[in-house]
Design a protein around this ligand. Structure first.
Ligand code: SF4
Length: 312
């Protein structure tokens, strides 16, 4: 029996950070056990916004390749590939664009206009049943389903499953300054940060602003450090730290010390693999290139069916 398929990817518009690990990669690693997974690096998609300065795209692809493997994506279980190495995605995007109807749109570039359709091509190329996404992406998957229905209706075929969003519970991890973790706020911990850099970032992280001095009691509920404890520390540790914070029994330095220790333990396997791939980036790229050849075999089969349906 063949397994259902999952497809997901990341735009190559920078280096992955802890939010990406918790919000996507950890989930993808688990999905590998149950589904046939295709995970890609969306380098074409990064041009939707980053077309004017492409100087970092290749570097970003390399970094993501390293982080994919370091986080536990396994080429023996999943197909890991780079979008631009499977040019069939562009062909399918073009073919889908021919049948797409437009309403009044206020878009700056053709790339933006075509982005949801390119995303649809990425998904249905592999006949994915599931797409792990956040709530903000559900509308895009709905559009993919509409495109599939329209394609089937127009050409009187049944080639693609209608992809469904796979919503996942994502633990809340704020940025170092308490806002959303985002590279545009410069408040991130990158997966590529060494234990020393991570330690420094946590040590200088924002705390409860009311806790100016060591003797001031604090409130863990308004402290981003405590949000990190919710992910990386045990319930018993949290209880003790919260109590110590509220009574000024411990200082923020102690509190952060526990967090740093727990984070480094949790991230140790990732850091070890990352150290290897950072020293041997070509090994990571070789895995992705081999995966792209594998993906292309599937893509070519799909395109043969699509061309047949469209009679070209
Ligand atoms: S003791 Fe911990 S939870 Fe309390 S304010 Fe300091 S860092 Fe935040």
């Amino acid at each position: 029996m063949t397994r259902e398929r999952v497809l997901s990817g990341m735009r190559s518009s920078g280096k992955p950070h802890l939010g990406n690990l918790l919000g996507a990669l950890k989930n993808w690693v688990q999905l590998q056990e149950t589904y046939d997974c295709f995970y890609f690096i969306a380098d074409w998609h990064s041009l939707t916004t980053g077309y004017a300065d492409t100087s970092q795209v290749r570097e970003s692809v390399r970094e993501i390749a390293i982080d994919y493997l370091s986080a536990g994506l396994d080429p023996d279980k999943s197909v890991l590939f780079i979008q631009s190495l499977v040019p069939e995605h562009a062909e399918l995007h073009l073919l889908l664009s021919m049948m797409q109807e437009l309403q009044d749109l206020d878009l700056a570039t053709y790339g933006f206009l075509g982005y949801p359709l390119l995303q649809t091509a990425d998904i249905i190329m592999y006949k994915a049943n599931w797409v792990p996404v956040g709530l903000d992406q559900v509308a895009h998957i709905e559009l993919s389903r509409e495109v599939v229905r329209r394609f089937h209706h127009l050409y009187n075929v049944q080639i693609f499953p209608e992809p469904q969003p796979k919503l996942t519970e994502v633990p809340k991890l704020p940025g170092l300054d308490g806002r959303k973790m985002s590279k545009s706020y410069d408040n991130t911990i990158y997966l590529s940060d060494s234990p020393e850099v991570l330690t420094h970032k946590v040590k200088t992280m924002m705390t409860d602003p009311a806790r100016q001095r060591r003797r001031d009691p604090g409130n863990p509920e308004v402290c981003p450090v405590f949000d990190f404890h919710r992910i990386y520390s045990t319930a018993a540790e949290r209880q003790e730290l919260a109590q110590g914070c509220r009574t000024a029994g411990i200082g923020c330095i102690d509190c952060k010390g526990v967090l740093i220790r727990n984070m480094l333990t949790d991230l140790q396997p990732l850091h070890e693999k990352r150290a290897y791939y950072a020293a041997h980036p070509q090994d990571a790229m070789d895995v992705l290139v081999a995966g792209s050849v594998q993906a292309r075999t599937v893509a070519q089969e799909t395109m043969a069916e699509v061309r047949e349906a469209i009679h070209i």
